[in-house]
Design a binder for this molecule. Structure first.
Ligand SMILES: Cc1cc2nc3c(=O)[nH]c(=O)nc-3n(C[C@H](O)[C@H](O)[C@H](O)COP(=O)(O)OP(=O)(O)OC[C@H]3O[C@@H](n4cnc5c(N)ncnc54)[C@H](O)[C@@H]3O)c2cc1C
Length: 388
């Protein structure tokens, strides 16, 4: 099989499928494997899948495992609710809640793929041509390599080329009107009062911020989401950002959040794009071509599950292929049936969360009262954390 894209989704697929006995060729357009300096939260549903892929120990070595998630009002600093994680997550859901640097997650998957040996990894191999017939798929790269394969997986992210061969009359991803400012820095570079080992979500009018420990708790990842647009080409994913601009957009933040924003000088800026929730299995696979991760269901990051769903997709795809090793189209159809509703539900819930996080006026007051009364019952997501 051929996988287009060597991000977190593509590498998880290479690992899951190689472990299931498939011969894998992974094509990545970049000259080197890598990920940007930002963090990622992994719910118990995702940690469980990673453990099943044999990378649980590697995860323990580099991730942080926060004891709780706190929600605070960003303008009053009042704590509105607490969701216990740590041992509680393990007892409730059978796996921990982890927070990790993206580069560390990417590297541990890459090392596991290399150690397994069942996948050929091709860098500088941008997929530019795809032709499907009843017997297989022909894949061409910009370097004129040609792969004849029984199965192609599009794990090529938001601007997927493979997607065009699965989804008819597709349209471009949509701008959400939200910008993400991200920073990752050693906790030792911060005043002691700002160092923390818990996940904290701050909700303000028209903005919110989330920070959590990564790198065994030694670093802190911070992401601030504000309303706004950037000019220029949205395909250029990363932007240099202005700390001053963030401070003015979050002028209403108070207390530790305000101190943190002023303590960080270097922010990277992302415009956030997504697609509407998946409408059916036809958006996941067609014949011998499957989509996974952001290629299939790019989502807003307000449930912290985009990479998580890519990893769940990878495991589900490998299982379906194992169940019908010689019936590729049947296996992909089963994969699509199994995955699309859960992915659509996560996409929809992420949109809803963003609306709740940014409420203003009386609606904000109502939200805060509900959180104070119901706390962890509103913050917990059992249908998600239990796994598919
Ligand atoms: C601010 C923010 C915070 C987030 N926080 C979280 C979180 O806490 N938890 C979580 O689970 N998710 C989170 N996410 C979502 C997560 O980052 C994505 O869902 C995830 O990285 C998608 O992985 P992917 O492998 O599908 O796509 P990508 O990471 O986009 O990888 C695609 C790969 O394909 C390659 N490629 C593209 N085109 C081609 C081609 N033609 N040929 C060959 N290669 C190609 C690219 O170079 C890239 O390596 C967050 C996202 C944002 C923006």
């Amino acid at each position: 099989m051929v996988i287009s894209g060597g991000g977190i989704g593509g590498l998880a697929t290479a690992l899951a499928c190689a472990r299931a006995g498939r011969k894998v060729s992974l094509l990545e357009q970049s000259l080197v494997f890598g990920e940007v300096g930002a963090g990622i939260q992994l719910g118990p549903n995702v940690v469980k899948v990673l453990e099943g892929l044999g990378v649980g120990d590697a995860l323990c070595r580099v991730a942080a495992f926060p004891a709780q998630l706190e929600v605070r009002n960003a303008t009053t600093t009042e704590r509105l609710g607490v969701l216990p994680l740590g041992r509680t997550a393990v007892q409730r859901y059978g796996a921990a809640y982890a927070t990790i640097a993206r580069a560390d997650l990417h590297m541990l998957l890459l090392e596991a793929v290399r150690a397994h040996g069942g996948a050929d990894l091709h860098l500088d191999s941008r997929v530019i041509g795809i032709t499907q017939n009843a017997h297989g798929v022909r894949v061409e790269t910009v370097q004129d390599q040609v792969f004849e394969t029984p199965l192609l997986v599009g794990a090529d992210g938001l601007w997927s080329q493979v997607r065009k061969h699965v989804v008819e009359n597709d349209v471009a991803p949509r701008a959400t009107g939200h910008l993400a400012f991200r920073a990752m820095l050693p906790q030792s570079a911060l005043p002691v009062s700002l160092r923390t080992q818990v996940v904290t979500a701050w909700m303000g009018p028209d903005f919110h911020a989330v920070h959590y420990p990564v790198r065994s708790g030694e670093w802190l990842n911070v992401v601030c989401i504000v309303n706004g647009k950037v000019s220029g080409d949205p395909e250029s994913w990363d932007h240099s950002a202005n700390a001053q601009e963030l401070r003015s957009r979050m002028a209403k933040a108070r207390g530790r959040l305000r101190d943190l924003i002023y303590a960080v000088d270097q922010w990277r800026l992302w415009p956030l794009l997504d697609r509407p929730p998946m409408a059916g299995p036809a958006e996941h696979a067609k014949g011998r071509i499957a989509l996974l991760g952001d290629a299939a269901h790019p989502m807003r990051p307000y449930l912290a599950q985009g990479a998580g769903m890519a990893i769940e997709d990878a495991a589900a795809l490998a299982n379906c292929l194992s169940e019908s090793p010689d019936q590729v189209a049947q296996a992909l159809s089963r994969y699509a049936d199994l995955r699309w509703q859960r992915n659509a539900r996560v996409q929809a819930r992420a949109i809803r969360n963003g609306e709740i996080y940014h409420l203003k006026g009386l609606q904000q007051v109502g939200r805060d009262i509900a959180l104070k009364l119901l706390g962890s019952r509103l913050m917990d997501v059992p249908w998600l954390y239990k796994g598919p």
